[in-house]
Ligand binder design. Structure first.
Ligand code: HEC
Length: 134
């Protein structure tokens, strides 16, 4: 009798887990085009890094009042763009590498290597992914 009861509870729990798992999967599919959170990245720290290293000398960046550089393009809406510089997949790992050393991904790019360590690049990427509307 007790076993039967526990089995019932176990089946219910398993069904609930399955339901959760499939809900999670469809949520992933739905979010494929949405901004990607960067594991361990802190957007607030990222903004501070952006200001410290001077990205805005070349880019107009929402949240940075001055300067509003033009040579690198406007980063408004960057979080919702599918590509970095129109040709690399806009994914956290690619973006952090781009931020540290863009020419290693594309020798022809005019974006210079930036003096960021991994953690700083993750923070900057996390901030850029908050810029999801134009
Ligand atoms: C000396 C100017 C310069 C500086 C400084 C600079 N960038 Fe760039 N950046 C560029 C240029 C030019 C491009 C376009 C590259 C291309 O299309 O090959 C670019 C491209 C990008 C892109 C891709 C934009 C898109 O629309 O896909 C991102 C994101 C980016 N930069 C972020 C940053 C961040 C963050 C910093 C500071 C850590 C920074 N950049 C510093 C010049 C610069």
């Amino acid at each position: 009798m007790r076993w039967g009861g526990q089995g019932e509870a176990g089946r219910t729990a398993a069904a609930a887990l399955l339901a959760l798992a499939s809900a999670g999967l469809s949520a992933c599919v739905d979010k494929a085009d949405q901004p990607r959170p960067v594991a361990q990245g802190d957007p607030a720290r990222g903004l501070a890094v952006i200001e410290a290293v001077g990205c805005a000398a070349c880019h107009t960046i929402p949240g940075v009042a001055w300067p509003e550089g033009r040579s690198g393009g406007d980063l408004a809406g960057f979080g919702a763009r599918p590509f970095i510089a129109g040709r690399l997949p806009n994914q956290p790992g690619v973006l952090t590498r781009w931020l540290i050393d863009a020419p290693s991904l594309d020798p022809g790019t005019a974006m210079p290597p930036m003096p960021l360590n991994q953690a700083q690049a993750r923070d900057v990427a996390a901030y850029l992914y908050t810029l999801d509307d134009d």
